[in-house]
Design a protein around this ligand. Structure first.
Ligand code: SF4
Length: 411
């Protein structure tokens, strides 16, 4: 494959260029899943709302099922028109595109309550289309530790800070076990969600603990609670950090999960030490990869994954141009795939000052080069991203599933 197919290219265009505000986009939030990031109007941008920022939808789907995350951008040529009754279209007058779209809907259960009156929307369950993410202990201990004045949190991470989101889930720093009430609310919420929309993958995630054995024990507790109510056997992925071998064996023996995904985040030990100081200190680069290899020996090739933060290499402190950064990632993909480990490259989306055209242009060149080369590496190694892990319907910041699907269609 030398270039992206038309469907994947459209996804990349909209991911990078974003969508300009329109009343149709703003009104859609009444029925669509809301975005975590509000739309922020530029000072000189036409603003019919009179507010500096407004809520917008999170995800759009094109007619072939491709999922794209919505990024607000007042300078974009992409605009949404239409309404819920007549349907929506994504138009780009400059490029001459006019595409039918749907917004990922807000599910009913998110407005519901558990039997003890707790809002299901806060029970630690979220959706990316047909992927359910369960995160009942999001607070990450790496945020609480410093060495030589340096925080142990991963440099790109803004979501693991123990704060009010962890308080309502009953998470207390230093307390290993997940409270029983948190688990029972999660179980009720998962049951309601499974009954409402087709869910094809369940992904268990959570903040890290400085003791990887304790982290594994917490995930065992979570996975057992999910298994109790997962009567349709929706495939489950263990999204913890790397874990000791005997705990992996335990997950396998109890048939608690179908896949594992321990996020190495970046390739090369020096970069790992800089970008993920907590993972490096409390687990270590070699142990992380060894744990992934143990997982391959237990679950098999095609069932072991590692999410990567694609593009953090372009941060100035790492002193790489986009080509060097892409080639480093490609070398990492070659190595991991040769071990039967499948990396998944999620676009690292710089927020704030770096969001200028030159940076985004380099990031895009990097991301395209990496994804085109990586498709060949998967093929060479006979590795396929399992439908039990993720698919094109839920991959909103990744391209692998779109490329493989369109590649197969074209073959
Ligand atoms: S391990 Fe890293 S990415 Fe994960 S929650 Fe902690 S700081 Fe964030």
């Amino acid at each position: 494959m030398e270039r992206l197919d038309a469907s994947t290219r459209l996804k990349v265009d909209v991911m990078f260029e974003g969508i300009r505000y329109s009343e149709a986009l703003g009104n859609a939030v009444e029925h669509a899943l809301p975005n975590y990031y509000p739309y922020r109007f530029k000072p000189d941008e036409p603003n019919p709302t009179g507010k500096p920022q407004v809520a917008i939808p999170y995800l759009i789907r094109t007619p072939d099922g491709t999922m794209i995350r919505v990024k607000g951008n007042g300078e974009s040529d992409w605009v949404v028109e239409g309404d819920k009754a007549a349907g929506y279209r994504l138009r780009n007058a400059t490029a001459g595109d006019d595409i039918e779209i749907r917004f990922e809907p807000m599910p009913e259960w998110m407005r519901g309550q558990t039997s003890d009156g707790f809002p299901m929307a806060q029970a630690g369950v979220s959706l990316h289309s047909d992927m359910m993410v369960i995160n009942v202990a999001p607070g990450c201990e790496y945020f609480l530790h410093k060495h030589d004045g340096e925080s142990m949190r991963c440099r790109f991470c803004s979501y693991g800070a123990p704060d009010e989101r962890t308080a309502h889930l009953g998470q207390v720093a230093g307390q290993l076990a997940i409270p029983a009430i948190t688990l029972s609310r999660m179980q009720e919420t998962v049951t309601a969600a499974l009954g409402e929309t087709p869910i094809r993958h369940i992904y268990l995630v959570g903040g890290s603990l400085t003791d990887w054995r304790e982290e594994g024990e917490r995930f065992l507790q979570l996975a057992r609670a999910v298994k109790e109510i997962n009567r349709e056997n929706v495939p489950v992925t263990l999204g913890s950090g790397a874990l000791p071998d005997d705990l992996l064996q335990q997950f396998h023996d109890e048939a608690l999960v179908d896949n594992v995904c321990f996020n190495l985040e970046v390739w090369s030990e020096p970069l790992f030490a800089k970008v993920c100081p907590g993972k490096n200190r409390y687990v270590g680069y070699d142990r992380w990869i060894a744990s992934l290899e143990t997982a391959v020996s237990l679950w098999g090739r095609g069932r072991v994954y590692s999410a990567m933060v694609a593009g953090i290499e372009l941060e100035p402190e790492h002193e790489m141009d986009w080509l060097q950064a892409a080639d480093l990632c490609i070398a990492g993909a070659e190595d991991l795939c040769s071990r039967g480990i499948i990396p998944i490259y999620s676009l690292y989306w710089p927020i704030g000052g770096k969001n200028h055209p030159d940076y985004m242009s380099r990031l895009r060149s990097f991301f395209e080069r990496l994804n085109i080369a990586y498709a060949g590496i998967r093929e060479k190694n006979g590795l396929v991203i399992s439908d039990k892990f993720m698919c094109h319907r839920c991959a909103y910041m990744q391209l692998e599933c779109d490329i493989d699907r369109n590649h197969e269609d074209a073959a």
